[in-house]
Design a protein around this ligand. Structure first.
Ligand SMILES: CC(C)(COP(=O)(O)OP(=O)(O)OC[C@H]1O[C@@H](n2cnc3c(N)ncnc32)[C@H](O)[C@@H]1OP(=O)(O)O)[C@@H](O)C(=O)NCCC(=O)NCCS
Length: 213
């Protein structure tokens, strides 16, 4: 016996749409989407930051105005991961033109710089420990390779995250010159040219977003 699928009844209040069902589906939010952020995403970014940093240490890599500032100046150096339209993880970067990070790097975008300073990588708390931070960083590094001016990515992190970034291809440069209150940091970097081949990284290959890049 042929199996028939029940079709939804047309809504009496609205005329049937003239477009095909295939075209209608385009209006649904994609399950998983990666895209650069814009200033309109600043509130969602800061909501994740508030929980990830402010509530933990009282310090925050970027406050709301800083987020808007960088997303206006250099949105191409950001990347957001959206699940069904909701921001679940993001990276924000800007260009830096000196060998080491200094306090000025926290607020400046230097358009002539060849280093991308990754100000912040954060994953919404309900999506952590699922590989999202690693995959997003990998995709971000791949994206940087398409920007001709970029030679390396640099970041500062607390001691406990050094192994995480090492697994993502970053190397330790030494203690960072920047301190925030009682917090000290390690400076790390990753070359962008000719690096980060898929074989050299330890991310699980079963992650679809990684393979789909
Ligand atoms: C750090 C962070 C981005 C990692 O993203 P994630 O999606 O949870 O990480 P993944 O699932 O890809 O990888 C998990 C690994 O990250 C590391 N890690 C994550 N959080 C950690 C923590 N609080 N302490 C130490 N290592 C941590 C561990 O190595 C962990 O692997 P393990 O569980 O086998 O030890 C995320 O936990 C986060 O947003 N934390 C709060 C904000 C933050 O600290 N951002 C980084 C500084 S800018």
């Amino acid at each position: 016996m042929p199996v028939t699928r029940a079709l939804p009844m047309p809504n009496a209040a609205q005329p049937p749409s003239p477009v095909s069902p295939g075209r209608q589906r385009r209006h649904t939010l994609p399950a998983s989407e990666f895209r650069p952020l814009s200033p309109q995403d600043a509130a969602s970014v800061f909501e994740i930051e508030r929980e990830a940093f402010l509530s933990v240490s009282g310090e925050c890599p970027l406050y709301l105005d800083d987020v808007r500032h960088f997303l206006s100046l250099c949105p191409e150096l950001s990347l957001g991961w959206f699940e069904e339209g909701r921001l679940v993880a993001f990276i924000i970067g800007s260009l830096w033109d000196e060998d080491k990070l200094s306090a000025e790097a926290l607020t400046r975008h230097k358009p002539q710089g060849t280093a991308v300073h990754i100000h912040v990588l954060a994953v919404h708390r309900t999506f952590r420990q699922q590989g999202k931070g690693s995959v997003l960083l990998w995709r971000y590094m791949q994206h940087l390779r398409s920007l001709p001016c970029v030679r390396r990515a640099v970041l500062m992190c607390q001691d406990f995250l050094v192994p995480f970034y090492q697994r993502c291809g970053f190397e330790v440069r030494g203690p960072c010159d920047i301190t925030l209150g009682a917090l000290s940091f390690v400076e790390m970097q990753c070359p962008v040219r000719g690096h980060a081949s898929i074989k050299s990284l330890t991310f699980p290959l079963f992650h679809n977003p990684l393979l789909a890049f």
